[in-house]
Design a protein around this ligand. Sequence first.
Ligand code: NCD
Ligand code: ZN
Length: 365
Amino acid sequence: MADSARTRRIVWGAPGWYIRTVVEQITIRRPDDWHLHLRDGDAMRAVVGHSARVFGRAMVMPNLVPPVFTAEDAQAYRARIVEAIGPESTFDPKMTLYLAPQTTPDHIDAAMAAGVLAVKLYPAGATTNSDAGVARLDGVYPALERMEAVGMPLLIHGESTDPSVDIFDRERVFVEQTLAPLVERFPALPVVLEHITTSDAVDFVSGARARVAATITAHHLLMNRNAIFEGGIRPHHYCLPVLKRERHREALVRAALSGDPRFFAGTDSAPHGVDRKERACGCAGCYTAFAAIELYAQAFEDAGNLALLEGFASCFGADFYGLARNEGTITLARESWEVPATYPLGDSEVIPLFAGQRLRWRVQP
Ligand code: NCD
Ligand code: ZN
């Protein structure tokens, strides 16, 4: 159970000045990030410390160039991450395989044997580095059957790739046309619908069979689609699935604070060099790892119940994956600080979410 320290403060609000009890500090079990893009090489070395500082584990996405296709690719990538964080870190990167038309049941067996935790489905063309993904699901049924047999979870980027489908409807259409039949066809396959953005996804997951879950990012809890066009076009608020309208954000907040263990934290922190974001055709992805748990804390506090953060960020994901919850704790303190304008990213820089703005929670060293 989360531990917190409170004080009474005189604050200014709708009724004028009034006294409110304010949480000043909260200690929670060490959280995990169940959806993270770490990239590779110098960029990975530049960002991995942000996650390793706070999170016990992260589910590391496989959309490198070239992707993480095999167990050997995953083991080699994990070794590079572990080397980058150094021997004193206890951060435990969990690896994923990139599902491709050429993925066979043997690939799944080798991945299981190598400790790969899950397999990621990118519909071909849906998002960054998804060209090698799957265009026809029935082509990978043999791999999915093996995953179902051995209990290997399928993590899904859930967006329709039909170009005639409106970009704001792509998640809903995917859920209706692809996910619902998939979950029925493979009734024992563990499935995580990643970075959900709509009430349709919330409703589907809430009512689905056992072993269906979803991750929710901090930025989808904090922003709606107006943020993409606030006074001009805001490339650093552009991610996929794209931010949706306010009623969808509210549905995500309700899901995250429902205490339903099907919903847990996955940041989808996705760093891109500033040159790849601020251009005529900019990449999708928000960089949040530098303050991921602080951003979640802000969203939970805004929604009125910070104590529910621990289950969502530190317990339900581990439970879903059949892993022990982390042993240690982290402490967040109410402390106003300004988000830097940039962070280094290999030979470039990444603009963090809310650059130049103030956040009100900070993990204590
Ligand atoms: C991710 C990336 O940049 O790798 N981008 C994003 O907008 N979320 C890919 C993804 O998860 O869709
Ligand atoms: Zn992602």
